[in-house]
Design a binder for this molecule. Structure first.
Ligand code: TYD
Length: 217
């Protein structure tokens, strides 16, 4: 009987940084190790969250409204989906979480980190990821990759200055929380990235399993 909380993992990066390429791979790797894994995304992850996502990606709105809707979707996601899964011992892999709000709303939209921090502490019951990876690429690389992808959404249509601020805010998060949020150079070949990521995941799983064995011994 599992009685240990699952591990909460999030993936972050600018649009076009290549984060999505690695999500399913990461989930498969964890499942191959026999773990119960829930794969989800933000904004989204619940029926209400997915409706808010549609609005967020398509309707023009004030930056504060945008931040509030991001946290409305996240609040629902945490309470209805993420926390219950973690409590059952399931690992949760989430494509974006609060770091994205610090980066996009705090940095890109210039609301500042304090405003985001206030929303975070009010809405999330203190739930932070155990491990996060930032897929980092220079702006021109991200934009090049995006140009060859599908129709751009409301965020992807932003100009270079917005994404420079967003990237800088992500880097600030890495600097203040280096243990949790690890930077991955996403210009490297996919196999090299997977080697780096794989080693870190294996170590995370070993530690978790060692604690599990300890707690049931
Ligand atoms: P994403 O899931 O990366 O979309 P895609 O389907 O294009 O891979 O994220 C959608 C957009 O939402 C992305 O441009 C970043 C933005 N976003 C924020 O601005 N703040 C947030 O807190 C989150 C979670 C996402």
């Amino acid at each position: 009987m599992q009685n240990q909380r699952g591990c909460f993992i999030t993936l972050e990066g600018l649009d076009g940084a290549g984060k999505s390429t690695h999500v399913q791979w990461l989930v498969d790797r964890l499942r191959d190790k026999g773990l119960q894994v829930l794969s989800t995304r933000e904004p989204g992850g619940t029926a209400l969250g997915e409706r808010l996502r549609d609005i967020l990606l398509s309707c023009d709105m004030h930056a504060k409204t945008e931040a509030l809707l991001m946290f409305a979707a996240r609040c629902e996601h945490v309470i209805q989906v993420i926390l219950p899964a973690l409590q059952q011992g399931t690992w949760v892999v989430c494509d974006r979480y609060t770091d994205a709000s610090y980066a996009y709303q705090g940095g890109g939209r210039q609301l500042g980190s304090e405003a985001v921090q206030q929303l975070e502490s009010w809405a999330l019951n203190g739930l932070e990821p155990d491990r996060s990876w930032l897929f980092d690429v220079p702006l021109d690389v991200a934009r090049q990759r995006l140009a060859s992808a599908r129709e751009p959404d409301r965020f992807e249509q932003e100009g270079a200055a917005f994404f420079e601020r967003t990237r800088a805010a992500y880097h600030e998060r890495v600097n203040t929380q280096p243990e949790r949020l690890r930077l991955i150079d996403s210009t490297l070949p996919i196999e090299v990235i997977r080697e780096q990521l794989g080693a870190q995941i294996d170590s995370l799983v070993s530690h978790w399993q060692a604690r599990l064995t300890g707690s049931t011994a």
